[in-house]
Ligand binder design. Structure first.
Ligand code: ASP
Length: 472
């Protein structure tokens, strides 16, 4: 190991101990022959003092050191002289009196200042994301994100859920967005699609008898980015359960996110528990939005106002931007997705007036953002076929879903689920100005990946193997 302790863990009780630390130079100052270096690692900052009585060799090395160099320092923990303590720093009562220093790696001058939270143009931050992530605010966001993910895993495992991975190379899931296609080499002319969500697989896992499933799932949608939607991909907590009604799903998700918020954001308070529940109609007529911001004080960064919106109409009008690829004459698009069950009281309306049918859909709203959606699913093949008809699917399109209809003939439990967006939730809870602030390596709004600058051209040989030719 390069270090005996982390920079953040040392306290007054360690005084007198010899330690070896390793990290980055956060800041250096020179005062009358004494050099001070704030050494930083992921766990914190500590002041290291280099006194003039050190060997010339050591002092020469120290003289060279600049911000962001990587050092290993051996020395003794000392209480700081009286009056020199820094109450703003966890290690502020002590410092390291250095004996030896080793330069593990020098660093070029970074393109922006790492040790201050000054605004930097986002394109530069994304280009040098590995430096941006060294900054305190991004470290906090990554820490919070990890804590949230870990909490979710523990909570759901404890409740008997299994975490199961589903394929990334899959078939298009028509959930209303444009797909990313991946050409197949083994079957030229054919394509995989990256999943818009694991929707069909999670329902198949219910047929498989899993009963309680979750996945921290990556979803891919080729949609234009917005402040609350990153380009290309995002992460959602995908959940599915068998033998449940809508109430069970809402109860589990509200309990999980209430507890998660309490643990991960202890400084924040939840406006109302149990979370208010509004019908879609009520939300729209009362607040003019199906994702109302119910905070009492909209300027309070520590207020979290969760709400449920239920009783959505099952259908909306189909537009050309819907990617259901219906027959063209179709009028309806599912409000949520095509697997959402109609309200049992409204089944007869599917024939007479589909616009009046309510769906068993539920949206989770936080501070005016839709942070999750889900539904009770259709589990009767004949109802599923009827919905396909109303969306305007041709026989050939229905055939694409044969696997679902077939699976559903082998004993499918009533089931339902939800999928809160992890990035979206953290973005809303932290009050960040862009969802990219809670993602380690997001794509830019123009669709370029951070640091690596994809998409890029493919070579002739690669394209040839795939049977592709570019025409643009
Ligand atoms: N698959 C849905 C979505 O990504 C969520 C769900 O119905 O569980 O929006």
């Amino acid at each position: 190991m390069y270090k005996t302790h982390t920079c953040g863990e040392l306290r007054r009780s360690h005084a007198g101990q010899a330690v070896t630390l390793a990290g980055w130079v956060h800041r250096r100052r020179d005062h009358g022959g004494v050099a001070f270096i704030d050494l930083r690692d992921r766990f914190g900052l500590i002041q290291v003092v280099f006194n003039p009585d050190l060997s010339k060799e050591t002092l020469d090395l120290v003289a060279e050191v600049r911000s962001e160099w990587v050092l290993q320092v051996t020395g003794k923990v000392q209480p700081r002289p009286a009056g020199m303590e820094n109450p703003g720093l966890a290690t502020g009562e002590i410092e390291i009196e250095a004996r030896e220093v080793r330069i593990l790696n020098p660093a070029r001058t970074p393109p922006f200042v790492i040790n201050e939270d000054k605004p930097v143009e986002e394109s530069v931050r994304l280009k040098y994301r590995y430096l941006d992530l060294r900054r305190e605010r991004m470290q906090r966001n990554m820490r919070v994100r990890h804590a949230a993910t870990q909490f979710i895993r523990n909570y759901l495992s404890y409740k008997g859920f299994w975490e199961i991975e589903t394929p990334i190379l899959t078939k298009t899931t028509p959930e209303g967005a444009r797909d990313f296609l991946v050409p197949s080499r083994l079957q030229p002319g054919k394509f995989y699609a990256l999943p818009q969500s694991p929707q069909q697989y999670k329902q198949l896992l219910m047929v498989a008898g899993v009963e309680k499933y979750f996945q921290i799932a990556r979803c891919f949608r080729d949609e234009d980015p917005r402040a609350d939607r990153a380009y290309g991909e995002f992460t959602q907590l995908d959940v599915e359960m068998s033998f449940v009604n809508q109430e069970d799903i809402l109860e589990l998700a509200a309990d999980l996110f209430t507890k998660l918020a309490t643990v991960v954001f202890p400084e924040k308070k939840i406006t109302r528990t149990p979370w208010p529940r509004l019908s879609h109609k009520e939300a729209v007529s009362k607040y003019g939005s199906d994702k109302p911001d119910l905070r009492k004080n909209k300027k309070d960064p520590d207020e979290l106002a969760f709400a449920w919106i239920v009783d959505f109409p099952l259908f909306t009008e189909q537009t050309t931007t819907d990617f259901f690829h219906g027959s063209g004459s179709a009028k309806f698009a599912p409000s949520h997705h095509m697997f959402t069950a109609p309200h049992p009281d409204d089944i007869a309306l599917l024939d007479s007036d589909p616009t009046k049918v309510r769906g068993l859909q539920h949206d989770m709203v936080l501070n005016g953002f839709e942070v999750g959606g889900g539904s009770i699913r259709i589990h009767q093949p004949e109802v599923q076929e009827k919905i396909f008809d109303l969306i305007g699917f041709s026989a050939a399109q229905k055939k694409q879903f044969e696997h679902m209809l077939k699976a559903f003939t082998y004993g499918v439990p009533p089931h339902g689920g939800i999928a809160p967006g992890l990035d979206r939730f953290l973005y809303a809870a932290l009050g960040e100005k862009s969802i990219r602030e809670v993602m380690a390596f997001p794509a830019s709004s123009g669709g370029k990946t951070a640091v690596m600058d994809a998409p890029s051209e493919a070579g002739k040989k690669q394209l040839g193997e795939l049977g592709l030719k570019t025409i643009a």
